[in-house]
Unconditional design. Structure first.
Length: 118
């Protein structure tokens, strides 16, 4: 996880992005959409309902996509777990990007990137 945080520091400096980065538990069932029967639209591997992840808050929409692009360029992402709630907002949800990347070839790390005034 430290390797990921160090990488995010480099990206922030390189692109002059003002950002806050925190580690926290991310509940995946809160990220993915439930249907009318309150069923989640994706099946999680065993033990993946809640994972230690990275929460990034930046100051603009463009910065969200820059951070996401840098992460996807550096580490493999699990495409079926990607969500863009900025381009496709949902009622009563904050606008954010969500992805799960694989670091060290085995460790899934959920990453949530949102924009707001810092």
């Amino acid at each position: 996880m430290e390797k990921l945080i160090d990488f995010l520091r480099i990206i922030r400096a390189e692109y002059l992005i003002q950002a806050e980065v925190d580690q926290r538990m991310i509940n995946l069932s809160h990220i993915f959409t439930a249907d009318e029967n309150n069923k989640i639209d994706i099946q999680f591997p065993e033990g993946w309902k809640q994972l230690k992840g990275i929460y990034i808050r930046v100051t603009g929409i463009e910065s969200c996509y820059i951070m996401l692009g840098a992460l996807h360029k550096k580490w493999r992402s699990l495409g079926k777990f990607f969500r863009d709630y900025i381009a496709n907002p949902e009622k009563d949800k904050r606008d954010f990007l969500f992805t799960i990347i694989i670091i060290d070839d085995v460790t899934p790390v959920p990453v949530r990137i949102e924009y707001s005034t810092i």
